[in-house]
Design a protein around this ligand. Structure first.
Ligand SMILES: *[C@@H]1O[C@H](CO)[C@@H](O)[C@H](O)[C@H]1NC(C)=O
Length: 247
């Protein structure tokens, strides 16, 4: 009985693969769950829930590029503070914010911040997580003197420094981030493996909520319960500070 059940399950799995609802794209056949067909001619993959766009036959992400007169160009760097939201329409946390808490970025968590009593009402509200990017590095948009730098920690989670401290765990990476106006926040370390959202309890740490991890070729297997996502940039007015300090 057990053997039969296993064999039947295996066959069903196989049938599912073979019978994926293929559609024509010109002379080719494609699975619309994995690809998008442009002009009945060009196939582009769907990555992180984003059907890649087509620029004269080249597939590109709108989180990083724009296509002008059939030429791909990088979006300009964002030059104001911003918030980030998760982008993958297939996930329940689509559109939810990146949140700072416990010196760590999480997804759809609670922003945790602190305002000294003597600063009082002069503190920013401290209930949203506001960031600023500059020449490949990213920091928390805070009022506290010295600021708070954000970085990839040795586990390839995003962390940030404690206020009044410049300490980073050995092996942390503080550069190589792209932040594009009208686009996304991209980790350029790790050869384009991109961000993933790890559901509660999946490997990837981060406690009870969804955790953000940066994938690369050596950790991709470990994060196979996690889902690829993009991080969308939502620009704020110049000079916006999110908190006195994030905790
Ligand atoms: C990939 O990420 C892991 C942490 O998850 C890190 O230990 C490793 O050094 C990274 N690999 C590369 C090639 O950067």
């Amino acid at each position: 009985m057990t053997r039969f059940t296993l064999a039947a399950a295996a066959l069903l799995g196989l049938a599912h693969e073979v019978l994926a609802d293929l559609q024509p794209c010109g002379p080719a056949q494609y699975d619309p769950a994995q690809y998008v067909c442009w002009d009945n001619q060009f196939l582009c993959p769907i990555t992180g829930g984003e059907p890649l766009s087509n620029c004269a036959g080249a597939c590109y992400s709108k989180f990083m590029y724009t296509c002008t007169n059939s030429v791909l160009t990088l979006l300009p760097p964002v030059d104001t503070p911003f918030t980030l939201t998760v982008d993958n329409p297939g996930l329940p946390i689509h559109g939810k914010p990146v949140t700072a808490g416990g010196l760590h970025w999480t997804l759809d968590g609670e922003t945790s911040s602190y305002c000294p009593e003597q600063v009082g009402s002069a503190c920013p509200p401290g209930d949203t997580t506001v960031l600023a990017a500059y020449q490949g590095s990213v920091s928390m948009s805070v009022m506290v003197p010295g600021g708070q730098q954000a970085y990839l920690d040795p586990y390839w989670n995003m962390g940030y420094t404690q206020a009044h401290s410049a300490y980073l765990p050995p092996g942390s990476i503080r550069e190589g981030f792209g932040a594009y106006q009208g686009g996304g926040f991209v980790n350029l370390n790790g050869n384009g493996w991109g961000w993933a959202a790890c559901p509660p309890r999946a490997s990837g740490g981060g406690g009870p909520g969804w955790n953000l991890v940066a994938r690369n070729e050596t950790n991709a297997d470990k994060f196979n319960e996690c889902h690829p996502i993009n991080l969308k940039i939502n620009s704020l007015p110049s000079g916006t500070l999110g908190a006195w300090q994030y905790t």
